[in-house]
Design a protein around this ligand. Structure first.
Ligand code: PHE
Length: 445
């Protein structure tokens, strides 16, 4: 069945939609807990290097593959490399998206629960925030319930279509989230004792390097930028011809990184300032792991006048940031089924929803399954996907396609060496770096 492909309407809408996909729980929930685990500043330095050396170039690669083929993640490879096994890179991406949805939706559910706790005021009376979070984890039916709610909510937006659903919500709400984070950073770093948290984030302690820190940081950079699974590729298939792919990739990556760093600046200074036992704070942070956001941030709000209003606002905006990410994930899987298996959008969506509900239920019931999905997708599947996308764009794809896409048919001028450097990154730098980090991380495990 042929339905007309939609496109994003404006340039701002494209940046907003891609940024909406990138900015999500990955920045505000996953980044802080990975940073704590990775020893703070060292993790952040490696993370930033990954964004710069292969994050941005790979995002450009996904953009140009998507826009030149105007197809879903697997269809794009079929069009550009007919009759070759490259389509499996796209298929792997679709599977990765499905797996990410399987645990991400559970965290979305926690976020909604904290929004409700803020609105009803029940979060206000809490003494022990860590126990409060544990009791949510222990309440399986509640977690499954919220997860169901979030899956259906996301499906509604997918059903409403690309323009109306994604573009509109991303454009208005992302800037609001940004503003709120800035306010919270100011509050957090002005607490007395916050300095130790800032040091933890920005002063590297080379004694504490874990052997897996490279793999962890690389995985986080892929996860946070929505790279390695054809998500940016799929969104770029809705881009119009006049948008500047390089500029868009740079803007989206900067924004995404800024949000992650802001989230770090909210969480760590306040965690250090508010802790009762400074000696064990680092190990407490590591133990806090996936719960960090839901333990430290409410504690910070508790220190502020009008705490529940701030808290409600924060968790509402976080819910929306998460939603623009789940929409992008679900879109990748849905458009794949719709275009490759020739079913209607509705039928495709129904299948995806059922699959995600099953996977989500298992991960809500089993923390080790949850962790397994997180680990496999971020630390293995996304980097492998990214490696192949880089090899595809660097070695297989016709150079002229890259050139036409990046220059918009010659309308954008770059220095002569720009495309050469870019091609070197795609051919050698990114694949070799990813492979080395990968091997080093696996040996270190
Ligand atoms: N980047 C999103 C986040 O940080 C998660 C995501 C990963 C979305 C991969 C799409 C694809 O929350």
């Amino acid at each position: 069945m042929k339905e007309k492909r939609s496109t994003f309407r404006s340039k701002l809408g494209m940046v907003a939609a891609a940024a909406g996909s990138a900015v999500g729980l990955g920045n505000i929930w996953r980044f802080p807990s990975e940073t704590a685990d990775g020893g703070g500043a060292i993790f952040i330095i490696i993370y930033l290097a990954c964004i710069l050396f292969f994050g941005i170039p790979l995002m450009m690669a996904e953009f140009l593959i998507g826009r030149s083929s105007k197809a879903n993640a697997a269809g794009a490879f079929k069009k550009l490399a007919p009759g070759t096994p490259w389509k499996w890179v796209g298929r792997l991406g679709v599977l990765t998206g499905f797996i990410i949805l399987g645990f991400y939706m559970v965290v979305c559910g926690w976020t909604v629960d904290y929004f409700i706790q803020s609105v009803t005021g029940s979060l206000k009376g809490v003494n022990d925030f860590s126990a409060n979070f544990s009791s949510l984890l222990a309440n399986r039916p509640k977690q499954v319930g919220w997860m169901f709610f979030f899956v259906i909510l996301t499906a509604y937006f997918i059903f409403a279509g690309v323009q109306k659903g994604i573009e509109r919500s991303a454009k208005i709400l992302m800037p609001l989230l940004f503003l709120l984070l800035v306010i919270l950073v100011v509050r957090s770093i002005s607490l007395s004792g916050a300095g130790a948290g800032i040091d933890f984030l920005f002063k590297p302690d080379f004694q504490e390097v874990k052997s897996t820190v490279f793999l962890d940081a690389m995985g986080q950079s892929f996860f946070s930028l929505s790279l390695g699974m054809g998500c940016m590729l799929t969104y770029a298939s809705y881009f119009t011809e006049n948008s500047n792919l390089t500029a868009t990739a740079v803007k989206v990556s900067l924004l995404d990184t800024a949000v992650a760093l802001l989230a770090g600046l909210v969480i760590f200074p306040s965690a250090f300032a508010l802790t009762a036992n400074p000696d064990t704070i680092v190990s407490d942070l590591v133990k806090g792991g996936p719960g960090l956001l839901y333990i430290t941030v409410p504690e910070l709000f508790n220190q502020m006048p009008g705490s529940m209003i701030w808290s409600a606002m924060f968790f509402l905006l976080l819910t929306i940031a998460a939603l623009t990410s789940t929409i992008s994930l679900m879109e990748v899987v849905t458009i794949y089924i719709q275009e490759e298996h020739r079913v209607s959008r509705k039928e495709g969506l129904l299948l995806v929803v059922l699959g995600v509900l099953i996977l989500g239920t298992v991960s809500a019931l089993s923390p080790s399954f949850f962790n397994g999905l997180d680990m496999i997708s971020a630390k293995i599947m996304l980097p492998v996907g990214g490696l192949f996308i880089s090899l595809f764009a660097g070695w297989y794809l016709d150079k002229r396609i890259i050139q036409l896409q990046l220059t918009n048919n010659g309308k954008i001028r770059f220095g002569v060496n720009f495309l050469k450097v870019y091609s070197f990154i795609l051919r050698y730098l990114a694949p070799v770096a990813i492979l080395l980090i990968f091997l080093y991380g696996l040996i270190g495990q």
